[in-house]
Ligand binder design. Sequence first.
Ligand code: FE2
Length: 363
Amino acid sequence: MNNRIRGINLKEGPLKGYYLHALWLRERVTDEINLDTNNLQRLYDPSLIDIDIFILDYKINNQLLYVRFSDKTESNYNIYNLHKEIIGKDFIPKKIFWSASIDLKMLQFDSSFLNNDEKLLINLLEKFYEYGFVIINNIEAKEKEIIKFAERIGPIIETNYGRIFDVISKKKANNLAYTSLGLSVHTDNPYRKPVPGIQILHCITNEAKGGDTALVDGYSVCEYLRKNNKCYFDTLTSTEVLFKFIDKDIILENKGKIIELDSNGDFKQIRLNGRSDYVPLLDKDRLTKYYKARKFFFKLCNSSDFQIKFRLKKSTLMMFDNHRLLHGRTKFFPNTGLRHLQGCYLGHDAAEGKLRLLKSLSN
Ligand SMILES: [Fe+2]
């Protein structure tokens, strides 16, 4: 009874040092009885496997690990594939934090990738995930061209602003984005569930005086805050704030922290939008601390150390990570010329999924 093999400890190779639990291996069997070979989904529910399952025998042959289980199932595993899963190897590149000295040239692309140039699209998406934004030139200055670009990557997320929206000065606008006012740097739509991960803006015309674009790597600012003002950092990562949008058709609400961390303490999402945040009525000291922290974070985000400013030219398109980057614009003067951008949202699942697929096909 005690000799039952409950897991495997390999003595060499990439899996050396890992304990391969019997049930963990059993739920990864790849034969046709257990796995649909078309979609690689399990044909059984792994919760129904006997919790006391054990290994009758196993052997290694080159890169293959053969295992026979106590329920008579047997399977071969590619050792390198198991290792990739264990170490969490992913095709999504690591983020590179930046500040105002960033060289914009390396993030500029030509629209030719729209014509099935997969290598260029891989390069574009990799840069996007490293730096949080890319700029694409020579996208025809025509309405709805943005759809062609967005759908090259993934499905557009439709919201109450429409499938695509026009950033243009309007009377009685339901969002200040649709006026000529200057907008301090912010993230979009913190009141949605979930907050759209990617925003795309296509410049159809920008003839008005003013209306320059500002971008900030919010994660770079957060990292600075974590290192230099931990007290403010802790306040912004722990205070839950309500975000709200109201117009005649809908009331949108969502709660979250201004700086959201994941379970590893890594940055997950920023919500900074002075037009829509409502901190709850906390006790006096906590509120004061929160207001000081928000003010300092806002100041950093608007400082020339972190912020880049440039003019979005006609036929240029900008794609940015709305969870990481903050964007804004200076006031513009509609009586001096037309300024018309079209925008839409995409999900990170779609863009990451596209990059993983293209990379795995190219390897
Ligand atoms: Fe915005």
